[in-house]
Write a protein that binds this ligand. Sequence first.
Ligand code: UD1
Length: 417
Amino acid sequence: MDAIRIEGRRRLRGTIHVSGAKNAILPALTAALLTDEEVCLANVPGVRDVDTMLKVLEHLGAEWSRRGDRVTVRLGRLLHPEAPYDLVRTMRASVLVLGPLVARHGQARVSMPGGCAIGARPVDLHLDVLRALGAEVRQEHGYIEARAGRLRGASYTFDRITVTGTENAMMAASLAEGRTVLRNCAQEPEVSDLAELLTRMGAQISGAGTDTIRIEGVESLGGAEHRVVPDRIEAGTFVCAAALAGDEVVIQGCRPEHLSALLQRLTGCGINLEVGVDAITIRGGGGFTSADVSTRPYPGFATDLQAQYMVLMTQASGAAVIAETIFENRFMHVQELQRLGADIRCEGHNAFVKGPRSLSGAPVMATDLRASACLILAGLVASGETLVRRVYHLDRGYDRIEEKLRGLGAEMERIKE
Ligand code: UD1
């Protein structure tokens, strides 16, 4: 098992490049199931979730090839309409094959994702919206089984905002008969990115990026080429790293407007930021103050940046309340940060962080994807050596993170334990 060893307190300087978004490429890959033509995706990040999704597609019968940051997928003939447990349990986003399979092939069998480190994360809304579109959905033997003739457009309001639920519904409705109106939709940039790809494939979608999406179903979709949007969570992680340990760092190739909730908060804390069209420059080194945060669906503060922001607050002057409102049990990183010397107290959905505290390096354990990123950031500011164990979580969603941070002057290496 790999671990990352960090020698802390090195100042960061230079330019760091943002990869394509993990949360955009995963639905984009499953959109390829909606057509028998080729879908070519560019700016594909080198992360393990992409490898897992390609395995899922391969199991279904798709052929794919990868060259550099481009992946081409084509599903000529469906072999098995099934996403098996062994793959789904390692990546919940496998549930994104459900909508496309039912819509184009009339059947799908997807393993129930089960629990994960950051809470229960049910998929009831995915199933509910497919039923509204006319699919018959059952749960049996740990699998979701869905069947349908041609889906029928419907008017549907999501009970809660769900990102992949909105994406599944949008893909399914693209091939349904007639008009679908989805309300209370997720407005994340990754939803808009998927709508852009589907539109290139011939879908008729309007309103993606707002809370109401309208889809006029079409008979069939064709191939397309698409460049996935930059990863706002990776960019936000680098922003936090630069604010913590940077002299002057340029985060290049991002979409700053997708990070406005984070950037606004940091400016309020007194962190020196300069925002360009596709880059953010951060001049760290000075002190900054605390600010409270509450995670919200986009355009609110991303839950996927909550752990990284918490590290920042351990170094800020004053006290901050960080409220996690999207997921239960998403404070697994707190105990590890406490081991490094952070002053954090948790009460229900709130974490109370007092800063600034001097952190000192120690072995720590990553528990999920974003918690791993938070421990890497903590290692950058802690004195001495921090060993982050179980970095396979990190590899699910970060493209060559240690290589990128080393390029800024961080002292870190991957070791086999
Ligand atoms: C996506 C992101 C993930 C991010 C999350 C919230 C991808 C691949 N993953 O996950 O990185 O942390 O959005 O921004 O895009 N819920 C239900 N029933 C459902 C579906 C969701 O109750 O059927 C609940 C969840 O338990 C959670 C909330 O809704 O409390 C939001 O979850 P959701 O937006 O669905 O997260 P994902 O799409 O799985």
